[in-house]
Design a protein around this ligand. Structure first.
Ligand code: MN
Length: 131
């Protein structure tokens, strides 16, 4: 396989080191560039600064959670077009409603399925922004 991720930047907002390492390793293997944040606030700041092609957003984070972070990103002109994908283990009915309402583009289940992860991420990537 060539490098399907070439030229694409992925922001991973996740506070579990093992999950960060696994997703980062897979994405980098396929040629993506990645940046990481472990807190919602930092994720929002990094999204503004780097305008990634897609954001993988954990829901339960220290401080601001992934739902609030996504809400903020969707409220800002510079970041609202960036697809944000919820990265989550189990989604309770109440969370599902909040996720939909916050403006997430979709959901990738944890633990990550190594076989399909890259395909799932690619499906959500938007073209690079050149300004
Ligand atoms: Mn978490």
């Amino acid at each position: 396989m060539s490098s399907p991720g070439a030229g694409r930047l992925i922001l991973i907002v996740e506070d579990n080191d093992k999950n960060v390492k696994l997703s980062k390793d897979i994405l980098r293997f396929y040629g993506f560039r990645t940046i990481e944040a472990s807190r919602g606030e930092d994720g929002v700041a990094m999204a503004r600064e780097n305008l990634p092609n897609v954001i993988l957003m954990d829901i339960v984070l220290p401080g601001m959670d992934g739902i609030e972070a996504t809400r903020q990103l969707k409220a800002e002109v510079s970041t609202r077009e960036i697809p944000v994908v919820a990265l989550t283990a189990s989604v309770m009915q109440s969370d599902q409603a909040r996720i939909t309402e916050a403006g997430f583009a979709g959901l990738i289940a944890k633990p990550i399925d190594v076989q399909t992860f890259v395909e799932q991420v690619l499906a959500y990537c938007r073209p690079s922004v050149t300004s």
